[in-house]
Design a protein around this ligand. Structure first.
Ligand SMILES: [Zn+2]
Length: 170
């Protein structure tokens, strides 16, 4: 796994993480999340450890992440986010040496899995859970940034669009 943009280093209590090797500009694509497609019943059977993080891409579908994507750590104050379900994109300029992190809750809608967070940011939620459980203002921010997995995005945006259409045709 060779990238000009980032390298793998130890990240304190989080284990390995991805760190910028050079400045990554806001909006720049950092990596594509890759791995075999698996389903929720297989995810439930997997041992929960740091080397395994299935990325949810549908109600029952996941990408069983490979390196380097699997090494990207969570933060409640992310500098990157996932666009188009599988591309990690910089949300701000990321400077050399900075860890590249995204908010795992932008990918989660399963209601059976949470993770303790020790990201240490002032706005740390302490528990990483489903998107629907985020504070409303955080959900709106992530939806506006277009960094919410499309199957979750649909759940939150569809009712508004339907209402709009009804009103228009009335
Ligand atoms: Zn946190």
């Amino acid at each position: 796994m060779i990238s000009k943009k980032f390298e793998v280093k130890e990240s304190g209590s989080l284990g390995r993480g991805l760190f910028a090797k050079k400045k990554i500009s806001k909006g720049e694509r950092i990596l594509e999340f890759t791995g075999p497609i698996i389903f929720s019943e297989q995810v439930e059977k997997k041992p929960k450890d740091k080397n395994s993080y299935p990325l949810q891409i549908g109600t029952l579908e996941y990408i069983d992440l490979e390196e380097p994507g699997v090494l990207a750590n969570h933060s409640c104050s992310p500098n990157a986010g996932i666009q188009n379900d599988r591309f990690l994109v910089a949300l701000e300029d990321i400077l050399p040496g900075e860890e590249i992190v995204y908010d795992y809750s932008t990918t989660m809608d399963e209601d059976n899995w949470t993770l303790e967070c020790k990201c240490g940011n002032a706005n740390c939620r302490h528990i990483i859970g489903d998107f629907r459980h985020l504070p409303a203002e955080v959900r709106t921010k992530y939806l506006d940034l277009n960094i919410v997995q499309s199957f979750i995005r649909k759940l939150f945006l569809a009712p508004v669009q339907t209402k709009y259409r009804q009103r228009k045709s009335a």
